[in-house]
Design a protein around this ligand. Structure first.
Ligand SMILES: Cc1cc2nc3c(=O)[nH]c(=O)nc-3n(C[C@H](O)[C@H](O)[C@H](O)COP(=O)(O)OP(=O)(O)OC[C@H]3O[C@@H](n4cnc5c(N)ncnc54)[C@H](O)[C@@H]3O)c2cc1C
Length: 482
């Protein structure tokens, strides 16, 4: 039995695994490192976040993006967009040097068992763990307009389906959305030789301003502070105070999660986009169907196309025919999309207010003791920082505290004796770490392993934290909303 299994090896999973290994936990990390970035983002993309907001988190603080780039003579600077491949390689290097080795397996099922959880993988492995972190990222939550629902992937895809856009050269492509993914995907499509347009409900496209210089007058800095999520006080609060966000009423947090840092294009993309991509703004797709196969004007190729039925803001209806639709319409954090999670466990989880994301305590633990979440699904609890790589630095050390608390409590509950003195010392050190400034330097590879107790009893509900009274054991049919 493992102390911890981390599902997903993106920036959040790698960061959590790095902290957990350094604390001596017996853990497994399952997933292909940086798979979303490697396989599901278009070649030629740049990060929208600034380089200094794009580092993963290890307890020593030694594996930063800046350090990685400096070692290799790669220039990174504030205000200079970071290429996708540089970031992907950095994450892969982080995984090799600061985290335990990842098993490239896909978890297909997580179910409760007496001692914690059973995980099954598509590759046929079955393992048990006292605690599980679901750091599955954005892909399970890809959102498509309902009107596009019935069409096959030859005609309609989500933006995350594409690494190579060159296959659309010479084709007519309609990109839906007005955020960075829509704008950058369409600019890249145009540069690959596609005839592309953007259709969006939004009446206009918003563009971020270029970042202000890091050194500014004190008054300007006070009026408009820098933060990892951009300049201005709201961004400062989202990036610096996720714990305070979590204390806001659930309805306020849901509103923030839906509306803060809304769709906008990066300043460096604007010229490339505006000179190459026509737009049809203020239009909603009300329906879509296939046109009959026939001879197309360009290239004389036989094939189906998509017909989109559009409604303008004033109610005017129109139609549009295109070879392919790319829905760059974002992600919705919704637990019901996590098919791998045993349905009784999933259904019993308490939610944030009336939303679809899991309620979490201050250490990222759900209402099911031992089940932790990281990344997008935690944004309705901790705010918009959790939608970005930056949030991993807040998440990893705190989540580890939760895992260690859970381990100590289950060990005590099962055996009647607390965890070993060595483990207790690690727990004390980690507890001092993120909140008290203590840092570990032990590399992941040297971490000793601690095994489970194997006595076969249910983990105790969380106690000893101020969140404890609210926590509900989902396996005992707890309430679903806060
Ligand atoms: C086009 C695009 C551009 C973006 N640009 C930025 C940016 O510039 N800056 C920024 O901060 N954020 C950006 N983001 C958001 C970005 O996705 C997140 O910040 C970041 O990836 C979150 O890390 P994560 O570990 O939660 O998720 P991911 O990076 O998605 O990693 C999750 C991992 O879990 C794996 N996984 C999922 N299910 C399973 C399973 N069942 N078994 C095993 N493994 C599984 C996935 O394969 C994936 O590798 C962008 C997102 C998109 C889509």
């Amino acid at each position: 039995m493992y102390d911890l299994v981390v599902v997903g090896a993106g920036p959040y999973g790698l960061s959590v695994a790095s902290h957990a290994a350094a604390a001596g936990l017996n853990l497994r990390l399952l997933g292909r490192p940086m798979a979303s970035w490697r396989d599901h983002m278009p070649r030629g993309m740049f990060l929208k976040s600034e380089p200094d907001a794009s580092a993963l988190s290890d307890p020593s603080g030694a594996h930063t993006l800046a350090g990685y780039c400096a070692q290799r003579g790669i220039e990174v600077a504030h205000g200079s967009p970071l290429p996708l491949d540089t970031f992907t390689e950095y994450g892969t290097w982080f995984g090799r040097n600061a985290a335990p080795p990842a098993d490239e397996q896909t978890v297909t099922r997580v179910s409760p068992c007496v001692e914690g959880f059973v995980l099954e993988t598509a590759q046929g492995e079955r393992l048990t763990a006292r605690a599980v972190v679901l750091a599955v990222g954005v892909l399970p939550f890809a959102q498509r307009p309902p009107a596009l629902g019935g069409l096959p992937t030859e005609l309609v895809t989500h933006s995350t389906h594409h690494r190579e856009l060159s296959r659309f050269a010479g084709k007519d492509v309609t990109v839906v959305g007005a955020g960075q993914a829509a704008l950058e995907t369409s600019a890249l499509l145009a540069e690959e030789g596609a005839r592309v347009r953007v259709v969006a409900r939004a009446p206009r496209i918003d563009w971020n301003a270029p970042p202000q210089p890091l050194a500014r007058g004190r008054l300007t800095a006070l009026r408009d502070p820098h933060s990892a999520l951009g300049t201005g006080w709201p961004s400062w609060v989202w990036s610096r105070l996720p714990s305070a966000v979590r204390r806001l009423p659930a309805s306020t947090r849901l509103h923030i999660a839906r509306n803060a840092l809304g769709p906008a294009g990066a300043w460096w993309l604007r010229e490339r986009f505006e000179t190459a991509v026509p737009t049809l703004l203020g239009h909603t797709i009300t329906a879509a169907d296939r046109t009959a196969p026939g001879v197309r004007r360009v290239g004389g190729v036989l094939g189906e196309r998509v017909r989109l039925w559009l409604a303008a803001a004033d109610g005017t209806a129109s139609t549009l025919e295109t070879d392919h639709v790319v829905a760059a319409t974002g992600f919705t954090p919704d637990l019901s999309r996590l098919g791998m999670l045993d349905s009784s466990l999933r259904e019993g989880l308490r939610r944030v207010g009336t939303g679809d994301a899991p309620w979490l305590d201050a250490r990222f633990q759900s209402s099911c003791p031992g089940l932790f979440f990281a990344g997008l699904l935690t944004a309705p609890s901790f705010g918009p920082a959790m939608r970005f790589v930056h949030g991993a630095s807040f998440t990893a050390p705190r989540l580890l505290e939760g895992v260690l608390q859970h381990r100590a409590q289950t060990a005590t509950a099962v055996t009647g004796v607390p965890a070993s003195p060595g483990a207790r010392e690690t727990e004390r050190q980690v507890a001092r770490g993120p909140l008290g400034g203590q840092r570990h330097t032990r590399p992941a590879a040297e971490a000793p392993s601690a095994s489970g107790d194997g006595t076969g009893r249910l983990p105790a509900p969380v106690s000893g934290s101020k969140d404890a009274p609210e926590a509900v054991d989902a396996r005992k049919g707890g309430s679903r909303a806060e």
